[in-house]
Ligand binder design. Structure first.
Ligand code: NAP
Length: 489
């Protein structure tokens, strides 16, 4: 005879926070499992990163047939690396097709989520409330823009905006444009804008290694074949996945892996062969190992930056003035537009939302010295609260869709334990958290990211925060949870 605490739960409500790629995926899987759920989205449209980043040239540098849900392959991708608008349309189409679009509540920014009397109680910025038994936080990684602290920026009379807040009302043609930063966003922007604008100045604090990658257009015949034979897409997807795992993801976690030398050599050869002017070549030459920072994949950046109207500025920015940016050498760079392609605040994750666990414990306090999560997914004392793309997950030149699918599979298993009545609360034990974190920190020291460059992979102490083990291990951990590491209450 089942006791009260082991009886299957007749009603269980799951709340998913965020309707980006991960939140939509969670919704699809919850719907398939017949679970009652809601997706709360702060904006007025789904899509996450792809809704927010609309800058010229935006594309995903993970091949499209790999950057697709495994169960919703898309024969309509136009290119090997498709542009942002296609990706946004893809997520909207899938959400519609799988019946989760109607489960998304827009304009619902969760301000506070607290675990009280065994349930999660949520408060939204519009004053509304909701209650759920289980929370899946799908709030993204690179979400809160990082604004550079430039003195006098408010005095600048032109337009100034972050790459993730592109102002489409600003006409770019015949303008003098500054792009600050040399990350993936900046490189795509420069390549896309160079032919439109009068002048483009790239303010580079750190040079980047660039690996050339062709972006082939799929022919009508290829697309027709994909429509006729989905297995052709699946074969491509599986091929790419294996290449990325063996040739990249598994390699980066061992700085001594000889494959990294090959990547470095390919980047050096690209710089050598693509940039003619020796002065520019040296400006663009990084002083660290390739792949230490996130590798830039581009076939057109070096050509773009050698255009007559393009310039690399390596002098630091002193301040902004009415008419432009003054660099530390005293030179005024006259400008109409300043684009801050300066990345994101990567220490935020679910924040600024306030999350309160057992006994009034605040996640902000737990994460005072930086965010962390057991297996990148959950935190002790925060029962029935699971994150997608949470801290210490595998990020960097890999399909985050693959990551999310594995994580959703893991979380579904945890949810099932509650649904079946095996337990009412589930959270990792402190001992498991401490063991995982110690092992993670030790492994992080021998990754490529720890070889002496500055990047968003590093925490405040300079230690890489990303998953420092192989991707194969991530797959294993996600498919076979270590239940002994959880407290089932
Ligand atoms: P990012 O890689 O963090 O690059 C930010 C850039 O801004 C860096 O060059 C940084 O210089 C510079 N910067 C930051 N603060 C500055 C300041 N105060 N003064 C001068 N320069 C400053 O950001 P991102 O380019 O937006 O890319 C972030 C991540 O998003 C990527 O790594 C990638 O994971 C993802 N992304 C992917 C794609 C894609 O195709 N899949 C496209 C875009 C972005 P330092 O290097 O000196 O720190």
């Amino acid at each position: 005879m089942p006791t009260d605490s082991t009886r299957p739960r007749d009603h269980l409500r799951v709340i998913v926070i965020g309707a980006g790629m991960s939140g939509v995926l969670a919704g699809i899987k919850l719907k398939e499992a017949g679970v009652d759920f809601a997706i709360l989205e702060k904006a007025d449209r789904l899509g996450g990163t792809w809704r927010e980043n609309t800058y010229p040239g935006i594309a995903c540098d993970v091949p499209s047939h790999f950057y697709s849900y495994s169960f919703a392959l898309n024969p309509e991708w136009t290119r090997q690396f498709s542009p942002g608008v296609e990706i946004q349309a893809y997520f909207e189409g899938v959400a519609e097709r799988f019946g989760v679009a109607e489960k998304i509540q827009y304009g619902k920014e969760v301000k506070r989520a607290a675990f009280e009397q065994g349930r999660w109680r949520l408060e939204m910025s519009d004053g509304s409330r909701d209650v759920g038994d289980f929370v899946i936080a799908a709030t993204g990684v690179l979400h809160q823009p990082n604004y550079p602290d430039i003195a006098g920026l408010e005095e600048f009379e032109g337009a100034a905006f972050h790459s993730a807040r592109w102002d489409h009302d600003v006409e770019m043609s015949s303008k003098r444009v500054a792009v600050i930063g040399t990350g993936s966003s900046a490189i795509q922007i420069v390549s896309a804008l160079v032919d439109q604008v009068e002048k483009i100045e790239l303010f580079q604090r750190t040079a980047q290694w660039v690996i050339p990658v062709a972006n082939n257009v799929f022919t009508d015949e290829e697309m027709a074949e994909f429509r006729r034979n989905p297995d052709a897409m699946l074969a491509i997807r599986n091929d790419i996945a294996r290449t990325y795992i063996d040739g990249f993801a598994n390699v980066l976690v061992d700085a001594k892996n000889p494959v990294i030398q090959g990547i470095h050599a390919a980047c050096e050869a690209n710089l050598e062969n693509s940039v003619k002017d020796p002065v520019l070549k040296e400006k663009l030459r990084p002083t660290y190992q390739a792949a230490c920072k996130r590798l830039i994949m581009s076939n057109d950046f070096y050509a773009a930056i050698q255009n007559l109207n393009a310039e690399v500025v390596t002098e630091g920015i002193e301040r902004a003035e009415k008419t432009g940016l003054r660099t530390k050498d005293g030179k005024l760079h006259e400008l109409d537009v300043i684009v801050m392609a300066t990345g994101f605040r990567v220490d935020q994750f679910v924040r600024p939302m306030t999350v309160i666990g057992r006994g009034g414990l605040a996640l902000d306090d737990v994460w005072r010295e930086g965010p962390f999560a057991y297996m990148a997914i959950s935190v002790p004392e925060f029962p029935n609260f699971f994150m997608l793309q949470g801290p210490n997950g595998p990020v960097g030149n890999f399909s985050l869709i693959e990551v999310a699918e594995l994580q959703v599979g893991y979380i579904s298993g945890m949810l099932e334990k509650i649904r079946s009545g095996e337990c009412r609360e589930i959270a990792p034990s402190q001992a498991a958290m401490d063991r995982f974190d110690a092992e993670r920190k030790e492994a992080a020291k021998s990754t490529i990211w720890a070889t002496g460059c500055k990047s968003w992979y590093l925490d405040a102490t300079g230690l890489p925060t990303a998953w420092p083990f192989t991707f194969d291990r991530f797959q294993e951990e996600m498919t076979a949870p270590r239940l002994e590491d959880y407290d089932l209450g």
